[in-house]
Structures are given as structure tokens and as C-alpha cells.
Design a protein around this ligand. Structure first.
Ligand code: EUG
Length: 510
């Protein structure tokens, strides 16, 4: 299977979401040509960048037979690095690793803010509003300026790039000032199907000193209090980046050993086996694990303050990377916290045979009570559908991304069916309590988009109005992020729940 024709982590039958062809443009002009061609012949096109997008649908187009535009293979240049303004401009195919290597090669004092896996596209991740773990972790907020091929083939520059520079040059403040003048249009090109971004500017973080650490917390029931203690520290900027709170089962899974290595039973790993297994690891028999990093000259003082704060929780303990053997996962976190791409995170995928995963990614207020409600829903439904529960919470001062990693066996139709039903029930149950996802797999996009229903689906109608104005032929990534062009709406493409199929045929019944 090619990475750019399928969803390697298929939840539907794998052949359902296959593309009919892949094109590899090398310039913006070629992208424009392809878009004009698609309009002429009314062929759906589906742009991808590079990386895997695992857990969110891979490279698979939502409409089977669409032509994938693989921007990653040939449009992969770092177009500029401006060391005086600490910014860069990249093409879609620049990975975190590639940007890191370029910065290293030039000997520049910048960090690369990476997500948990560094193989992805700097641009693609930001456009999907992904998260990283240095103080520059809100990727979309650190972008500055875009160049976009619109669905009619025309070319647009946003931000200061909209103003021509002197003598035909790019505007000198394109990568320096985000909004420029007038409506701030950049946002509508994130998580949408309104244009193909071919250039994007980013701010680079000046390197600094750092100290990585982890805390362990013994009792399950201290979860709310942990969240409440993190909150003021995050609001005050004591946490300059986004720390993670995970359940201890993740410490077991991220060793890379399969579940069967620890336990020969069937189904979910029982709580007492988790306890017994964790007790053999450096973290010990604990329930929650917190990975953090402090930056700059105040870092040691800040760690003392954090230690004092967390000491309110009985049995909390701090562990530094130096205390752990070289193969412990904390060394990998240490790199990510300090702007170095890694791939280690994916090791928890060894958990079951033929493992694939789906992310369920709701947002909660950073408040113990809300985090508890969402956690209890997720824990209960994972149990109901027979999956181990792998929570990772990225905790900020006001909101938390609760990421549930649903790990299933993609060779087992029953496992895929249960993962699908689990996702559906999670989306609906959390929405009923007012918690919505920040991002989702393409096949659940309709359902997630529909939960943002305030005032009789006002947001969906607004998104459709923009879609129809920009893409009257409906050629660009139909259905991406739950936005369908006029010609597709109500024809049987939308997938909302049990009445519409995921494991069976996708698309209208002809
Ligand atoms: C993770 C975090 C995410 C996401 C998918 C995965 C982390 C996994 C904060 O966003 O969307 C360990």
C-alpha cells in the first residue's frame, strides 16, 4: 500500500476510500493547472502534503476515485529562513525533520516545534490545527502568511503578502505580521476544503535552556485535583509549553512491548494487571503520569514551585531523565520539549497485532469537574466496546485536548466495527454534554461537524455558503471536515450514524 493512496489505518474496507490517480506537481503553476483541469472535467481532487495523518484518515480521499494531489513529493523546499526575524517559509512537503536538518545545517539557534511524531508536514499539521510541545506548540497561531491556489485556479496571498513588495519582490513583512488589513482570512483555509496552500510562513522559536521531568500520581481518583493544580500554573505561564497528562497504561504501552508480553489474557488489560505491570517499570504502581518541561533561567525555581504545588497530592513524585535508563520514553519527550523531532511515540502501536488507531479528540475546559465527566464517558464506552483506554491530555490554562487513542486490529472486521461504534457513541455522548472534538478522522467528520449545531446548523450553512462561492463545481476535497459542495449535499454521501455505512459501501447507493 502506498502511503499516498490509502488510509493505512483503514476503519472502512480499505478499497472503499482509494484514489484513482496521484499527481505530483512541482510548482504552484502546476497545481493551478491541475485545479483548472479538475474544473473542466469535474473530477474531485484531494490535496495531501506529507506524513501519514494516522488516526485521522491517512491520505485517503473522502470521495472514492478522487485524484490525490501529492504536494509532498516535489514541493518540498524550505523557501526561506530569515534568521533576523526568526521566521521561515515552507512548501507543503517540508517535514519537521527536514526543517530541523536545514536549521542545523545553517547553524541557526532555532528550535522546531514538533507534534508527537516528527515525520509530518509543518504546513499540513498547522492547517489541521495540530499541537506541539515547545512554547510554540499552537502551530496555527505561529504561522504567518499563506499562498493559496483557490478552487477556481486563481492564486491568493494572505496577510502582508497581499501587498506587493518593491520591484516585484515578496512583501518584507509577509512573515512578520499575521493579520494585515481587513478580515483575517487565514483561518478559513485551516480544517477546510477552500483552497490548496502552496506556501506558508512560520515563526521559529529561539533556542533556550530546558529541564524535562515527569511526575507520577498513585491514585486514580486524584485526576480532578491534578487538573485543577495544573490550571493556574498554565494560566500564569509557569508552564510555557503544553504538558501532557497520561494514564499509566501509556507508560506500559510506550515501552513498545505488546500487551501479550505482559499478560496472556484476552481483551482489555485488567486494572490489577496494569498495576502489577507498572510496578515493574520506573514509574511504579501509579495511576497518572505527567510529562513537563521548564524553560530558561527560572527553570529550577519553577520546578520547585511545581513540586510544592503537586505535593498536595498524596504520593506524587518527580523523576528526571537522568534517573532513567537511556531507553525510557522520557528521553524522547525531552527531545520534543526542546525542539527535536522524534518518532518514538508510535511504539504503543505494538500493543495488539495489526494495530491501527483512531483518535477521539474532544476539548474540555481545564477544570476537574469537566475533565472527569469526559474521562468517565470515555472510560465507560471503551469498556463497553472492549478497548483499552489510552488517554493523553494536553493541558493548557483554559482548555484541555483530551486525546483518546483507540487502538484496534485492522485485520479483524469485528474490531473495526467496535472501534467505529465506539467513535460514534463517544461523539454523540460527549456532544450531549457540550464537549466537541477539535479534529477528527475523515469518516467521522460529518458527525462531528453536525454536533456544532447551534441555531439550527448556522455554522454548517455558513461553511456551505463559502464553499459554494469559492468552489461552485465542488471539485476540491468534497466532504473534507464535513463540508460538502452543493452538488453532493443530500445525495447519500454524508455519514452520520448507523443508518449510513462506514464498513460497507461509501457514497450514494446507485
Ligand atoms: C496526540 C495529540 C493530539 C492529537 C493526536 C495525538 C498525542 C498522542 C493534541 O493533539 O490530535 C500521544
Amino acid at each position: 500500500m502506498l502511503r499516498n493512496t490509502h488510509d493505512a489505518f483503514h476503519i472502512a474496507q480499505q478499497e472503499e476510500l482509494v484514489s484513482s490517480a496521484v499527481v505530483y506537481p512541482s510548482t504552484t503553476e502546476e497545481v493551478q493547472d491541475i485545479v483548472r483541469w479538475a474544473n473542466k472535467y469535474l473530477i474531485p481532487i484531494y490535496p495531501i502534503s506529507i506524513g501519514r495523518n494516522i488516526g485521522y484518515g491517512g491520505a485517503a480521499p473522502r470521495v472514492p476515485g478522487a485524484v490525490v494531489i501529492d504536494l509532498g513529493r516535489r514541493m518540498n523546499r524550505v523557501l526561506k529562513i530569515d534568521s533576523s526575524s526568526a521566521s521561515c517559509q515552507v512548501e507543503p512537503g517540508v517535514t519537521y525533520y527536514a526543517l530541523y536538518e536545514e536549521v542545523q545545517k545553517r547553524g541557526l539557534p532555532f528550535w522546531i516545534d514538533c507534534p508527537d511524531l516528527g515525520g509530518g508536514s509543518v504546513m499540513g499539521n498547522a492547517l489541521d490545527r495540530g499541537v506541539g510541545y515547545t512554547p510554540y506548540g499552537d502551530h496555527f497561531s505561529k504561522h504567518c502568511g499563506m499562498e493559496i491556489v483557490l478552487p477556481n485556479g486563481e492564486l491568493l496571498r494572505t496577510g502582508m503578502g497581499a501587498m506587493p513588495g518593491k520591484n516585484g519582490e515578496d512583501n518584507p513583512t509577509w512573515e512578520s505580521f499575521q493579520p494585515a488589513y481587513g478580515p483575517y482570512s487565514d483561518g478559513i483555509f485551516s480544517q477546510s476544503n477552500y483552497g490548496i496552500v502552496t506556501k506558508m510562513g512560520f515563526w521559529l522559536m529561539p533556542e533556550t535552556t530546558s529541564q524535562t521531568y515527569m511526575f507520577t500520581f498513585p491514585r486514580e481518583e486524584d485526576f480532578e485535583q491534578i487538573v485543577e493544580l495544573i490550571k493556574p500554573l498554565a494560566q500564569q505561564g509557569i508552564f510555557a509549553n503544553i504538558p501532557q497528562l497520561r494514564h499509566v497504561i501509556q507508560e506500559i504501552a510506550v515501552t513498545g512491548a505488546p500487551k501479550s508480553h505482559w499478560w496472556d489474557g484476552k481483551g482489555r488489560m485488567p486494572r490489577d494487571v496494569i498495576a502489577k505491570t507498572a510496578s515493574k517499570l520506573p514509574c511504579g504502581d501509579v495511576s497518572w503520569v505527567f510529562y513537563g518541561c521548564q524553560y530558561g533561567d527560572e527553570r529550577h525555581k519553577q520546578i520547585e514551585l511545581i513540586q510544592k504545588t503537586f505535593s498536595a497530592i498524596p504520593g506524587s513524585r518527580i523523576i528526571f531523565p537522568d534517573e532513567l535508563s537511556a531507553d525510557h520514553y522520557l528521553h524522547s519527550r525531552k527531545k520534543v520539549f526542546a525542539g527535536v523531532p522524534v518518532l518514538r511515540e508510535i511504539d504503543w502501536l505494538n500493543w495488539v497485532p495489526n494495530a491501527a488507531h483512531l483518535f477521539f479528540s474532544p476539548i474540555t475546559p481545564t477544570r476537574g469537574r469537566d475533565a472527569r465527566i469526559v474521562h468517565d464517558i470515555i472510560a465507560r464506552l471503551h469498556k463497553k466496546w472492549g478497548f483499552d483506554n489510552f488517554p493523553t491530555l494536553t493541558v493548557a490554562g483554559r482548555e484541555t485536548h483530551y486525546i483518546a487513542n483507540i487502538v484496534y486490529d485492522r485485520a479483524d472486521p469485528d474490531s473495526k466495527h467496535r472501534a467505529t461504534e465506539l467513535m460514534r457513541e463517544l461523539i454523540a455522548t460527549c456532544a450531549a454534554e457540550g464537549y466537541g472534538e477539535y479534529r477528527t478522522h475523515i469518516l467521522f467528520a460529518d458527525m462531528v461537524a453536525q454536533t456544532y449545531s447551534w441555531n439550527n446548523q448556522a455554522l454548517r450553512k455558513f461553511n456551505e455558503t463559502i464553499k459554494d462561492a469559492l468552489d461552485p463545481n465542488g471539485i476540491l476535497a468534497p466532504g473534507r471536515n464535513g463540508i460538502w459542495p452543493k452538488s453532493y449535499r443530500g445525495q447519500g454521501w454524508e455519514i452520520y450514524g448507523k443508518q449510513s455505512s462506514i464498513q460497507g459501501h461509501i457514497g450514494p447507493k446507485l
